[in-house]
Write a protein that binds this ligand. Structure first.
Ligand SMILES: [Zn+2]
Ligand SMILES: [Zn+2]
Length: 326
């Protein structure tokens, strides 16, 4: 009995430590295959959701909503362009400074550090919708694929063995280890911005608390669930252009909301390209942003979609249109 109490106390202390130091005693996490939510670890995630209700206390103002939308857009771009296309798939090249800046912006989205995110995503591509895919709706159901998997102890550990190419940069390891740092900095910056506007431009009708709620809390929670739809909805809802071995789909609405990630069937067919919309009408805002960054000299060597893939694309479209009259 006392042994169990000591064990429980140890787990409690470990979990609390990992709120602040994500790499603390990683080896003691083991490799439990249990698909269970670690509720203590999930407390900040749940608290952030409940905090959305503070909008009823702080009210709203046009400037607070504009900042919330801007913070959504900036961090969605950091997640899709860098966490996903760069760190996970190496779809282009960049300098160490730009790499760090966008890793830090991505970390402010409260979706853990770049190494954790990209290592797990690489595993997703290896096992897509098969046993071993940690967030497959086909394997574990919609809710688990949407937000259960990353709240489990099993998936907490950063799989450094899957991301050795980027884990060699100490600044990225630091961001990954103290993954709470950037979110706290952003929250403080939002509060400061609101207070500044209140002091020097009071006609805008905002203040620190209101900007914290809209610019950080509301924007982060919306960004969460739109990002998560790629793991949940985009593996089941939409159109399949390519007959991939998984259940990935192309979904126009998700592509708009996620800046291009909704062309998920394209992406699973050819994950290495910087572009995920393969046709001109497949809007891919992240790709347009990357092209702009290339023009500005910030990134280089964007990997294209090979001609062979583009040819298969038109054949698939053709096959589909032939099937209709028969
Ligand atoms: Zn996928
Ligand atoms: Zn991917």
């Amino acid at each position: 009995m006392s042994d169990r109490l000591t064990d429980n106390r140890f787990i409690l202390i470990q979990t609390l430590r990992r709120w602040f130091d994500a790499h603390a005693e990683l080896d003691s996490l083991g490799a439990s295959s249990e698909k269970k939510i670690d509720w203590l670890r999930a407390v900040p995630f749940i608290a952030l959701h409940i905090s959305v209700l503070f909008v009823f206390l702080v009210g709203w103002s046009p400037v607070a909503v504009i900042v919330a939308v801007a913070m959504y857009a900036l961090r969605m771009f950091a997640i899709t362009a860098f966490y996903h296309r760069y760190f996970s798939h190496k779809a282009f090249r960049t300098s160490r400074v730009v790499q760090f800046i966008f890793a830090a912006l991505g970390a402010s989205a409260v979706q853990r550090g770049p190494l954790w995110w990209a290592a797990h995503h690489r595993l997703h591509h290896v096992h897509s919708d098969k046993p071993g895919d940690e967030h497959s709706p086909k394997q574990s159901g919609f809710l688990w694929s949407h937000m259960g998997w990353f709240l489990s102890r099993h998936n907490f550990k950063t799989r450094l063995d899957k991301i050795k190419d980027f884990a060699r940069y100490p600044e990225l390891r630091l961001l990954d280890r103290y993954d709470v740092l950037m979110p706290v900095l952003l929250a403080v910056a939002m509060f400061g911005l609101g207070e500044l506007l209140n002091a020097y431009w009071s006609t805008l009708g905002t203040n620190g608390w209101q900007m914290l709620v809209w610019g950080f809390i509301v924007s982060t929670v919306v960004l969460y669930h739109i990002t998560f739809t790629i793991n949940s909805l985009a593996h089941g809802s939409g159109h399949r252009r390519f007959k991939t071995e998984d259940d990935s789909r192309n979904n126009f609405l998700l592509a708009i909301l996620t800046f291009g990630e909704g062309w998920h069937n394209n992406h699973h067919f050819y994950p290495g390209s910087a572009r995920q919309g393969f046709a001109w009408w497949e809007i891919d805002i992240t790709y347009y942003g990357l092209r702009m960054m290339q023009l500005l000299g910030l990134i280089r060597d964007l990997r294209p979609v090979p001609d062979s893939v583009m040819e298969k694309r038109s054949k698939c479209v053709l096959n589909k249109s032939i099937k209709v009259p028969t």
